[in-house]
Design a binder for this molecule. Structure first.
Ligand code: NAD
Ligand code: GDU
Length: 339
């Protein structure tokens, strides 16, 4: 591996850097002295989530002229590609939105990378590419048979990037995140989706009376308490994985795919109990049917991330996930950006 020094670090293009995971990663990379430019159409992201010192270009990934200009202007040496539509349930109802935004739009990005000779990409993939578990914990060799359009769209882009490597040499790290959760511990950036469909924010919104109750989607899964099990990975752990993946590629690492999870699963009911314990408040709960597209259990085997990238989750206790999300929601911004 080649050594990465300050002089070998060039600018990084971060698509979707104004979003939830992107903005936490931008904060982390900025603190490491990286030069960053964010492209985000602010469909889900927030200008306020992008820190001072980072250029935000508000625009559309699908806009070939804009994306070409970005590469000419900033000459990025690598791309962190977060921009996507990312709700499993919505993808079942609106598959075309997912195939357009998660497969078609990034082709513009890859075209520009090819044209400008940018040969490194870290791609936000997902455990949703695996589908229903054939064994748990799931390692990267688990068959990829997605059970929702979101997972299918992410798997398609993995394949597209692999084909581009054969054709013109782009090197990639596919980071297959499990369930991103929690917020930065300072409480000044966090998760603010409209609408919000993720479990922990929905629980906390119910606690704050922002919604009447939170609905548990399915209590008849083949799990100990009948609710779905997920591996909740703290957003700051995801941020540090991106820094390591970037330096791995800079050091000449071969293309690879790694799971990002803790290796431990928690049921929906266990997360609700954790939120009640952290806040001392009772969550108003209703019971609903299963949500289409939800596998019963998704838990990572994260061993490869450790051996290849030297990464391991540091924030494994779900209490810390809930505490940091609660801090964001009850902090000065009240869990919402002003713009
Ligand atoms: N949240 C999770 O649990 C999770 C798990 C696995 C993978 N991922 C992946 O991680 C990435 C980030 O997820 P997130 O939770 O931060 O989502 P997010 O919606 O908060 O962030 C995505 C960002 O991309 C921007 N964007 C979307 N389409 C765009 C386009 N066409 N042009 C320009 N900008 C665009 C949005 O405005 C938003 O700021 C996504 O690719 C998602 O699929 C998320
Ligand atoms: O109000 C709610 C919200 C969620 N859930 C349940 O909580 C679990 C987690 O759901 P989330 O919506 O928080 O997360 P998903 O597992 O659907 O999806 C997230 O993680 C995936 C990987 O598992 C994807 O990559 C995706 O981008 C990301 O949104 C699921 O069993 C879901 O059915 C509820 O019971 N009630």
């Amino acid at each position: 591996m080649q050594e990465v020094t300050e002089s070998t670090k060039g600018p990084i293009l971060v698509t979707g850097g104004a979003g939830y995971i992107g903005s936490h990663t931008v904060k982390h990379l900025l603190a490491q002295g990286e030069q960053l430019v964010v492209l985000d159409n602010l469909s889900m992201g927030h200008a306020e989530a992008v820190p001072e010192g980072v250029t935000l270009v508000e625009g559309e990934l699908m806009d070939a002229v804009l994306v070409d200009w970005l590469f000419t202007e900033y000459k990025p040496e690598a791309v962190l590609h977060f921009a996507a539509s990312a709700f499993v349930g919505e993808s079942v109802d609106e598959p075309l939105k997912y195939y357009k935004n998660n497969v078609v739009a990034p082709l513009t990005l890859l075209d520009a990378m090819k044209k400008h000779g940018t040969l490194r990409i870290v791609f936000s993939s997902t455990c949703a590419t695996y589908g229903n578990p054939q064994f748990v914990p799931m390692d990267e060799s688990h068959p990829q048979v997605p059970v929702n359009p979101y997972g299918a769209s992410k798997l398609m882009l993995e394949r597209v990037i692999q084909d581009c490597e054969v054709a013109w040499g782009v090197k990639s790290v596919f980071l297959r995140y499990f369930n991103a959760s929690g917020c930065d511990f300072e409480g000044m950036i966090g998760e603010d989706h409209e609408p919000e469909s993720h479990l922990i924010p929905r629980i906390l919104m119910a606690l704050r009376g922002e919604i009447e109750s939170m609905t548990i989607f399915g209590t008849d899964y083949p799990t100990a308490d009948g609710t779905c099990i997920r591996d909740y990975i703290h957003v700051n752990d995801l941020a540090s994985a991106h820094a390591l993946a970037l330096n791995y590629l800079r050091g000449g690492g071969e293309s690879t795919a790694v799971n990002l999870g803790t290796g431990r699963g928690f049921s929906v009911k266990e997360i609700i109990a954790t939120a009640e314990s952290v806040t001392g408040l009772k969550v108003p709960v209703t019971f609903g049917p299963r949500r289409a597209g939800d596998p019963p259990e998704l838990v990572a085997n994260p061993a490869k991330a450790k051996s290849v990238l030297g990464w391991e989750a540091q924030i494994k206790d779900p209490r810390q996930h809930v505490e940091s999300a609660w801090k964001w929601m009850t902090g000065p911004k009240g869990g919402r950006y002003s713009k």
